[in-house]
Design a protein around this ligand. Structure first.
Ligand SMILES: Cc1cc2nc3c(=O)[nH]c(=O)nc-3n(C[C@H](O)[C@H](O)[C@H](O)COP(=O)(O)O)c2cc1C
Length: 409
């Protein structure tokens, strides 16, 4: 069913598709309220531009809406703001139906186009500042990479002051009333989408917001969820707030945060954690705290990891492995910018002691800086060994504070 064709501006229409029943998106997101694959059609005095397509299974809805608004011969441009399959699924078919149309993609999309479509397709590259004209409508492109695919770009329709933001400002929230002032309360979906899709790319979010600043924006047309026309600046402000440095809201100027995460059955790894934390906290400018993984929810883990300049993870070795909550902690890192955080691992063991090494390897893949070798202590730490733990914490903290030259391991 096609339903109504919503108008965003003069001769600017929604031609996307609704997916009310989807419950998991991109594996990592729960979509309790379904979603939508937004695409738009802009008609100018000299032709038509199609902004993105939809997921392949929803092609029929897209083409039906499109056919109500234009003839295929009128399409001059097809813009893909990024090539993810939920937006490029109908591209091949659209290009067959409108062979005269010029495909416009970002420079970074070139490497993916052939891999996705399995054929050579002609295209034009749009970098920041490039414009196309449809006669009385002008579309300007902005490079906004990694939001959330490397090839992401945005565009701005000057005459209608519409920002086509790609996945930026999106929500997985199905509601055919479409506009933010007509749909239900989607604020949780807007924030959830930011947290799961945009947060790992905060620095790119800030860059995109800087670029958007040059425009007067009356309406934001994202690729998922409600179209944002009620004070778009509110949504921009939320992204500004969320994309700040995680420590910006704390009054700890000049200080750094080190978090020690641990788990322990007979208090051996706990005793190590306490001394490591003490050693780290004694370093001037470092605020060190310890957290028992047994009682941390995933969202707490993400928030703590985000604000930490240094992360030390401790696990006993149990059946040749680190304990699951330690892996769960590290599994939160794809939601965050990890590059550059200092990392280290430790743990008590009985005979083989693999856990700290395994966690160390994992942290290496996650792009932590790991300046010291894992610290392993057999069963109950002695007083001497506890002193080693203290020195270990101090060393990691000093490196994180930039006070020591890192040893090449
Ligand atoms: C069920 C179980 C399995 C264990 N498996 C291993 C193992 O595979 N390798 C090892 O070195 N130690 C193993 N241990 C020994 C613990 O790592 C050791 O007791 C350690 O000191 C526990 O530290 P914690 O008090 O911090 O939990 C095992 C202990 C238990 C209870």
């Amino acid at each position: 069913m096609v339903g109504k064709i919503a108008a965003l501006g003069e001769n600017v229409h929604f031609i996307g598709a609704f997916d009310p029943m989807i419950r998991t998106f991109d594996i990592i997101m729960k979509t309790a309220n379904g979603s939508s694959y937004n695409s738009y059609l802009v008609r100018g005095s000299e032709g038509v531009c199609v902004m993105d397509t939809v997921k392949k299974e929803f092609s029929d809805h897209f083409f039906k809406r499109l056919e109500l608004l234009c003839e295929y011969e009128e399409i001059r441009y097809i813009v893909l703001h990024h090539l993810e399959p939920d937006h490029s699924g109908a591209l091949d078919e659209l290009m067959q139906r409108a062979p005269q149309a010029k495909l416009i993609i970002s420079g970074r999309a070139v490497m993916m186009l052939k891999a996705l479509l399995k054929k050579d397709i002609e295209f034009e590259i749009a970098n920041t500042g490039k414009t196309i004209s449809l006669g009385d409508k002008t579309i300007e492109f902005l490079s906004t990479p990694f939001l959330h695919w490397p090839d992401t770009m945005s565009s701005y329709l000057h005459e209608d002051q519409i920002l086509f933001s790609g996945d930026v400002f999106g929500s997985h929230y199905y509601d055919e009333r479409l506009f933010d002032d007509e749909v239900g309360d989607f604020s949780y979906a807007f924030k959830y989408y930011y947290q799961h899709i945009m947060r790992p790319f905060k620095q790119y979010v800030r860059q995109a917001l800087d670029l958007y600043q040059q425009f007067d924006i009356s309406l934001i047309a994202p690729l998922h969820g409600p179209v944002l026309r009620t004070n778009p600046q509110n949504y921009i402000n939320k992204y500004e707030l969320w994309s700040q440095d995680a420590k910006a809201h704390k009054n700890i100027e000049g200080k750094k945060i080190l978090s020690v995460f641990y788990m322990s059955s007979y208090d051996n790894t706990l005793a190590m954690a306490e001394k490591i934390t003490q050693g780290a906290d004694a370093v001037a400018g470092m605020i060190a705290s310890m957290y028992d993984l047994a009682s941390l929810e995933e969202q707490n883990m993400i928030d703590l990891l985000e604000e930490s300049d240094a992360v030390i993870v401790g696990s006993p070795t149990i059946n040749g492995d680190a304990v699951k909550p330690a892996w769960d902690l590290l599994a939160c890192m794809p939601y965050l910018e990890s590059a550059g955080k200092v990392g280290a691992t430790f743990g008590s063991y009985g005979w083989t002691g693999e856990a700290p090494d395994m966690l160390h390897d994992r942290m290496q893949w996650l792009k932590f800086r790991l300046p010291v070798s894992p610290l392993k202590i057999k069963l109950i730490p002695t007083d001497e060994e506890l002193k080693l733990c203290e020195a270990f914490g101090r060393e990691v903290a000093e490196i994180a504070m930039g006070k020591m030259v890192e040893l090449e391991l």
